[in-house]
Design a protein around this ligand. Structure first.
Ligand code: NG1
Ligand code: ZN
Length: 530
């Protein structure tokens, strides 16, 4: 009876209007907002089911991240703040695509196949970004949850990582923190301030920076956050919400086009950063003394952070391994630097945060970042315990205790549940402050190989199949051989192709010894994909 009513409400208020098939991809469902109402309603239902199954709070985030404003999307957050389990992505795809009149029977099947008892308390946390379509879509989710008697906490406009954080806090009996914005801001800012001490500047480091908010939720949250941070860091926010979301600004724009956002002055030497539309990606940039635009992407952030953590671990005398996880998009120079200079183990996994996150969990301390600026650091529970013990073990030398205390505080600056641009920004600022570095000194660690990303539209992007963490393709059969022979013509050449998980395109990546050659290589490879 409940399901019948739920189907009725769905059909009346949030009907599936077209036969167009939609898939739960790397970041959930994502497409034009007007095609999403039925999907969101159904994901409300599914989140409630998942909550019943896990007997835990589940999150639903409504956002299309760095995509254009008319797009939107939805993804589910599992109990420990991680992305939805793969087997449930399949269920989500099925539920999103069934006919209106098959909703009831599909719901029954899901319950039966997963041994879920209806009526078990379901609790779902809902959050949304600043897109104009988000309030309506949030209502669809809420109606879906309630239609199967689930309870809802609507957090309104929050960043994606904030929602992940709230879910984790609630499900870990608040051991990780308080599941609300006040708790989130307090935890991050107290640790950050404690690490900073009373000298806000240090060496070449100055405590002011410019921030491009992508006209999204990150700008909004940063304004509130400044009240917690006080004057220990001065953040000037641009693209703070008056303009169009992600338009000519934001982390994706800066990274892919390798140019500064609009509406932001960029004087030589000023440290600047960009967030993306839902504040889970962060990149830095500056103008060097020759006036050139310089990008410091996720790879630069990862190497900076891993280097600092490794140093603190060594000083603390605690025995822990540090690993760094990248994808094929990591710049070749960064990988070489990690191997040869940093001396940290590096792993490469397929694109998609869940792959990076899971691989990072295999290390005592795992640093993971996508080149686009999405990433974080995870500490195993054993590592956390060891660091905590060293920080309070008075039999240790003073330097060891100091380093362990810094590490312990650093863990509180980091949102370990998922890549978080605001938390990552504090992390980077902490490391630069500790090293006493200007942005140019940070950048000097290694020089990126010139690179180019391209999108190719094809009839069916899934004809491209890859292996070896997407670095080589297995299908169509002759494509890899063709790519190999093109790459061989370029000094320091590297290129790969893969189907996007979030857009209907095939992505081409190329790097080489000069920008002209990287462009040429990308272009030649793209021609083979058509
Ligand atoms: P796809 O569309 O699968 O390339 C993009 C990003 C991923 C990840 C997801 C989720 C690149 C090349 N790809 O995936 O890294 O962030 O979006 O947002 O940046
Ligand atoms: Zn994002």
């Amino acid at each position: 009876d409940i399901f019948k009513k739920s189907q009725q409400l769905g059909t009346e208020k949030y009907p599936r209007k077209s036969e167009k098939w939609i898939q739960y991809g790397t970041s959930g469902f994502r497409t034009k907002a007007e095609e999403l109402a039925h999907v969101l309603y159904r994901m409300g239902i599914l989140a409630a089911f998942r909550s019943m199954q896990k007997n835990a709070v589940i999150g639903v985030m409504i956002t299309a991240s760095h995509n254009d404003e008319p797009d939107n999307g939805v993804k589910l957050v599992d109990p420990h703040g991680e992305m939805l389990e793969a087997s449930w992505e399949v269920i989500a795809t099925e539920l999103a695509n069934v006919k209106n009149e098959d909703l009831e029977s599909t719901m029954s099947n899901i319950l039966e196949n997963n041994k879920i008892v209806l009526g078990t308390n379901a609790m779902v946390y809902v959050g949304r970004d600043t897109r104009p379509s988000s309030p309506f879509l949030a209502q669809a989710v809420i109606d879906g949850i309630k239609s199967v008697q689930g309870c809802v906490t609507d957090f309104g406009v929050v960043s994606t990582p904030q929602l992940h954080y709230f879910v984790t806090c609630q499900n870990t009996e608040k051991a990780y923190g308080e599941p609300d914005e006040e708790g989130y801001f307090s935890k991050l800012s107290s640790a950050f301030k404690a690490l900073r001490g009373s000298n806000y500047d240090n060496g070449s480091y100055q405590h002011s920076l410019s921030l491009d908010g992508a006209n999204g939720v990150g700008a909004l949250k940063m304004k509130t956050f400044q009240e917690y941070l006080g004057n220990c860091i001065k953040v000037s926010i641009y693209n703070s919400g008056d303009g169009k979301l992600n338009y000519q600004c934001g982390a994706d724009h800066v990274k892919v086009l390798q140019k500064p956002p609009q509406n932001m002055p960029l004087e030589v030497g000023t440290r600047a950063a960009s967030l993306d539309g839902d504040a889970d990606r962060l990149v830095y940039f500056y103008r060097d003394t020759q006036g050139n635009f310089k990008l410091l992407d996720g790879d630069k952030i990862a190497t900076l952070v891993a280097g600092y953590i490794k140093k603190l671990i060594k000083e603390s005398g605690v025995n822990l391994n540090v690993g760094l996880v990248q994808t094929a998009y990591a710049n070749g120079s960064s990988t070489e630097y990690i191997n040869n200079t940093l001396g940290v183990e590096v792993a490469c996994v397929p694109t998609g945060v869940k792959f990076l996150h899971h691989r990072a969990l295999e290390f005592d301390v795992g640093v993971y970042f996508e080149a686009n600026g999405h990433g974080t650091v995870v500490f195993s529970s054993a590592a956390t315990e060891k660091i905590k013990n060293a920080a309070t073990d008075e039999s240790l030398p003073a330097e060891c205790i100091t380093a362990a205390k810094q590490l312990f505080l650093l863990m509180d600056v980091i949102n370990q549940t998922v890549g978080d641009a605001i938390s990552d920004l504090l992390l980077v600022e902490t490391v630069l402050h500790a090293f006493g570095w200007s942005v140019a000194e940070w950048d000097a660690a290694y020089t990126d190989l010139p690179n180019r990303q391209m999108k190719v539209s094809v009839a069916d992007r899934n004809v491209i199949q890859t292996t070896d963490a997407e670095r080589r393709c297995t299908d169509p059969p002759t494509l890899q051989t063709e790519i190999d022979s093109i790459v061989a013509k370029f000094s320091k050449g590297r290129s790969f192709v893969r189907p996007s998980g979030t857009e209907d395109v095939v992505r081409v990546y190329a790097e080489a010894d000069s920008q002209a050659n990287a462009d040429k290589l990308a272009h030649e490879v793209a021609l083979k994909v058509y």
